[in-house]
Design a protein around this ligand. Structure first.
Ligand code: BMA
Length: 359
């Protein structure tokens, strides 16, 4: 069942034609989030999906912070239709995120991506409020201690303030997908299954959305994205609820090069159609929120492995992770850079798949 949201123009026509009294009802303008929802619906209705890349214009394999820089664009001629960004360390008022990207830069890139007709999604790797270690520090489970929620509320409000500050040149809020508390079914994050009960997780997610809502923030679609190998029941066991979530996703990575293709394919086929089905039944959007093969040791991975899995799935987007800088993380990249053996294959994926890119 799809929730039908009519654009303002259609509502105005309906109002103008409706009834003998010819009373014209001036419709409320759509919120940026509702407009984003319509745009994502039209992508899915057209049988397409956005191609996404994390930190796309911040840095790539051989460059950082260069005007026009993007490994996706360098190889395909276009930017990814979706750009992904992370708020990690915004909670402690840092000027740069956990991967060194200045928040001011992220703000400007989100505006630039929107202006070129693209989309933006935001994840968040906050530090552990109990230990002040990073997101992967599970030595203390902060959600077991209700006092931690006070700290987290302050942190959530800082994330909310950043997202509320995203505006276009006319001062209109820019729509974004927000995907906090991701991969919670795994045990590697302090909000994950090893450190939080389903109730604690759901309470954290709901608190996050409630803080945004009470601040009147209306430029966000909310994504839920647990990890791999989940049955429907397991997937739904930490689902925050239809009133809190707009996008149902999953993070499923490929591992082990050629040998791992079978397992990856099975994992995606076992879970993503279920996610798409749940999303449809609930009137929500489905997405493949994170995936990729680190280092691309399989040269035709994009056309041989990813394209058949994603091309007719009914998802609004697929997002691959970042291209780390060569001098820091030489093998940590998920799209080919110029000169990489899978360059031609990625171009072919760009040219022949249902994935969308932007000029
Ligand atoms: C991980 C890696 C890390 C990074 C983190 C947050 O998958 O890319 O290097 O710090 O995501 O972006």
């Amino acid at each position: 069942m799809k929730r039908i949201l009519l654009p303002v123009a259609a509502l105005a026509i309906l109002a103008a034609c409706g009834g003998k009294s010819r009373q014209v009802v001036t419709p409320e303008p759509l919120s940026p989030a509702a407009e984003l929802r319509l745009r994502l619906d039209s992508v899915v209705d057209a049988g397409k999906y956005l191609f996404g890349h994390h930190d796309d214009t911040a840095y790539g394999h051989t460059w950082e912070y260069e005007e026009g820089g993007s490994d996706v664009k360098a190889v395909t001629g276009e930017y990814p239709a979706l750009m992904s960004w992370d708020l990690g360390l915004i909670e402690v008022d840092s000027a740069r995120n956990l991967d060194g990207v200045p928040f001011g830069f992220i703000r400007s890139q989100i505006a630039a991506q929107h202006a070129r007709g693209g989309f933006n999604t935001i994840s968040w790797h906050p530090i552990n409020p109990a230990t002040r270690g990073n997101s992967w520090d599970t030595s203390v489970a902060p959600l077991a201690d209700s006092v931690m929620l006070d700290t987290l509320t302050v942190w959530i409000d800082r994330a909310a303030a950043f997202i509320a500050s995203l505006k276009d040149a006319d001062g209109k809020p820019l729509p974004v997908i927000f995907r906090p508390w991701h991969e919670n079914s795994g045990s590697w994050f302090w909000w994950g299954s090893g450190s939080a009960t389903p109730e604690q997780y759901i309470a954290l997610y709901r608190l996050t959305r409630e803080r945004f809502d009470s601040a009147g923030i209306d430029n966000v679609l909310w994504a839920y994205s647990p990890d791999k190998d989940l049955t429907r029941e397991q997937y739904l066991s930490t689902y925050p609820g239809d009133d809190y979530v707009d996008i149902l996703g999953a993070d499923i990575y490929a591992f082990d090069g050629e040998e791992g293709i079978g397992q990856y394919t099975e994992r995606v086929r076992a879970q993503l159609p279920m996610v798409v089905d749940e999303a449809r039944r609930r009137g929500k959007i489905a997405a493949f929120t994170e995936t990729g093969l680190e280092g691309l040791p399989v040269a035709d991975w994009y056309t041989r492995v990813l394209r058949p899995l994603t091309d007719s799935l009914g998802i609004a987007y697929v997002c691959v992770w970042r291209n780390g800088i060569q001098t820091q993380k030489p093998e940590h990249f998920y799209v080919p850079y110029p000169g990489h053996p899978s360059e031609a294959d990625f171009r072919l994926y760009h040219d022949t798949s249902n994935a969308l890119f932007v000029k």
